[in-house]
Design a protein around this ligand. Sequence first.
Ligand code: A3P
Length: 288
Amino acid sequence: MSLSEEMYLRYHGLIVPKETHSYESLEFAQGFKFEDDDVLAVTYPKSGTIWMQEILPLVLNGGDLTPIHTIPNWERVPWLEEKQLARVVAKLASPRALVSHLPYNFMPPSFCTSKAKVIYVMRNPKDIMVSSYYFHQMAGFLEDPGTFEEFMDKFLEGKVMFGKWTDHVKSWRNSELGDRIMYITYEEMVQDLPASLRHISDFLGCNLTEEVIQKIAEHCSFKSMQNNNMSNFSLIPKVYMDSDKSPFLRKGIAGDWKNHFSSEQLARFTSVISKELEGPISCLTHDI
Ligand code: A3P
């Protein structure tokens, strides 16, 4: 199965959409100078990235709602690797918050030497695949996913943006960042957002009161984010993201895969993923 050359760029083997990334933006990321107080949320796509773009500014500034109500998420907490960063970097308030889908082996040298903290958000890959399937239907800058079965083939082969989920997770699991990295799951956040926020706040050394935690939880709920035009991508023209086909904030639950996978698909998916999680990182050839 081949990938659309028109829509995707390969950067040292890493597949990224051309609409949002360029060779220059990826080089800009490589040269990016991390500050010690920067905070980076890392996700494989569809694991809760925009959720972190809502959470981080609120946690870092004690629950002030101004940024989430006045700055679009992609400028408020930009992606390290996307074209937007060069344009907005000078405007970022300190401490800066960024997000990234880059595997660990693509992180710039300054990241490794800085003390910047990382929150790695993991999600059940079956739910990621379902979310991604719908995202590919609504995003005009991504390849049509085909049938669910066809999309599963692409996902398992890593012929999707940012490659194989297993490679991504393994790269960050083996990152040896010690206490600079915190792991959290989308499922934990769905189950108990205030507890997840306490965990994040403690990790970042932000002394938040219970009242502020509850306020942040309310403003980061699925419903609040669906209604926040600065976070629901309604500012993006339909040709790029068509919410009539599928909203970006689609369901916001854990376990939607049960409504999509047949028992054969479940068996195949589980077998491939569990085998790869044990094996070496296979498809990334980054050699910078
Ligand atoms: P679904 O498609 O399963 O609904 P990303 O931001 O990494 O692209 O991830 C998008 C997924 O995160 C979507 O999943 C979206 O609905 C979900 N999401 C975003 N904000 C959320 C929130 N506040 N609560 C629960 N899920 C959220």
